[in-house]
Write a protein that binds this ligand. Structure first.
Ligand SMILES: [Zn+2]
Length: 88
């Protein structure tokens, strides 16, 4: 449920190089990160640890909830004007 004002997710995109296929290949993963401290946005997983979530999932999660950076506490959303229109 949305609150009574307009807002949108606010985050930076962080590219992380990770090894895949038992280290034989590397692949670039994109994660949402905190605009203030750069910490990758994570979510608790079923095994109790925090894991980075994909950019696609972050977009969904951050669009539905007002999230805060788990590292520095900065808000990962920003208010937007209701009457805001795209520039021509
Ligand atoms: Zn942060």
């Amino acid at each position: 449920m949305r609150m009574g004002f307009h807002w949108k997710p606010s985050y930076n995109v962080k590219r992380v190089l990770e090894s895949v296929n038992d280290g034989q290949d590397t692949q670039v993963f994109k994660y949402a990160s905190c605009p203030d401290c750069g910490a990758v946005v994570t979510q608790p997983d079923s095994d109790g640890g925090d894991h980075p979530i994909s950019l696609e999932l972050a977009n969904v999660v951050l669009s539905d909830n007002h999230c805060k950076c788990t590292h520095c506490g900065s808000q990962l959303w920003t208010l937007i004007r209701k009457e805001q229109r795209p520039n021509p």
